[in-house]
Design a protein around this ligand. Structure first.
Ligand code: SAH
Length: 253
């Protein structure tokens, strides 16, 4: 599944945007990150040539955008909504930073559409609108200058959602391509022991202490997240190196 298909359940809702430029720039921000579902609640001017100009190729999102009369209508069918707020005060719902909010959205979207809700340029989201959301999201800023341009706030959240989706797809892809069971710690310990023994036999340490090097090898191989077959391959290589070292030793004697 492409990332864009994967992200299809993510809806961006703009409540009463007053500048058509911000609608266009938001569509562009969405499309760069693979988001496609845009809903507009009582936009002041829409459609508008200035929105299309700023969309810069994301016109398809503008054409597909749903214009709604209320936030409730825009959120219809959504199982989870996060309201984006430039202000930290007077917020009745739990507050999350973008990365966590994005991970939560991505985790929930298998069950149905999820929404990110943005307020109007001048006033932001009303308490009533924010109250319709499960959580509030705040992009960390300087405390005395916390209000981003609307489309730029959309860009930051869209980027966070894309990252969260990539993270999730990455772990799923890793899990799906594995036929063999992950190596258990006992197998790994025996492999490290084998490494130390074989590296001694082929005189890799050259009289240096083993500790530091073995630690690095350990760290490297633990990072590789080996499965049982991979451990067998590595140990096969070590055994072969040992056999060659013994043969060479016999020839030299
Ligand atoms: N003057 C308004 C700010 C509106 S900015 C106020 O004080 O609330 C328009 C919208 O962009 C906001 O409603 C919010 O959805 C989003 N936004 C701007 N800055 C943000 C920030 N730091 N964190 C989260 N959302 C932000």
């Amino acid at each position: 599944m492409s990332l864009r298909e994967f992200l299809r359940p993510v809806r961006i809702v703009l409540v009463e945007p007053s500048l058509p430029e911000n609608i266009g720039a938001s569509a562009r921000a969405m499309k760069t990150m693979g988001l496609t579902d845009l809903a507009l609640v009582r936009p002041k001017l829409f459609p508008d040539a200035r929105a299309s100009a700023l969309a810069a190729g994301a016109d398809d999102l503008l054409e597909g955008a749903r214009v709604c009369n209320s936030l409730a209508e825009a959120l219809e069918g959504c199982i989870h909504a996060a309201g984006c707020s430039a202000r930290l005060r007077d917020i009745a719902v739990p507050l999350q930073e973008p990365a966590l909010a994005a991970r939560n959205l991505v985790a929930r979207m298998a069950q149905g559409p999820v929404a990110l809700v943005f307020g109007a340029e001048r006033t932001g989201l009303s308490n009533e609108d924010l109250g319709r959301c499960h959580v509030a999201v705040h992009i960390p800023t300087e405390p005395d200058f916390s209000s981003l341009n609307l489309a730029q706030a959309v860009q930051v959240l869209a980027f966070s959602v894309r990252n969260a989706a990539l993270e999730q797809q990455g772990t799923e892809a890793l899990a799906n391509t594995r036929d063999d069971a992950p190596a258990d710690l006992g197998q790994l310990e025996r492999m490290f022991g084998h490494f130390e023994e074989a590296l001694s036999e082929i005189d890799f340490f050259k009289g240096r202490p083993h500790g530091q090097l073995m630690l690095r090898i350990r760290r490297m191989l633990l990072r590789a997240d080996l499965d049982t077959r991979e451990v067998m391959i590595l140990r096969g290589i070590l055994a072969e190196a040992q056999r060659m070292a013994r043969l060479a030793a016999r020839v030299n004697n």
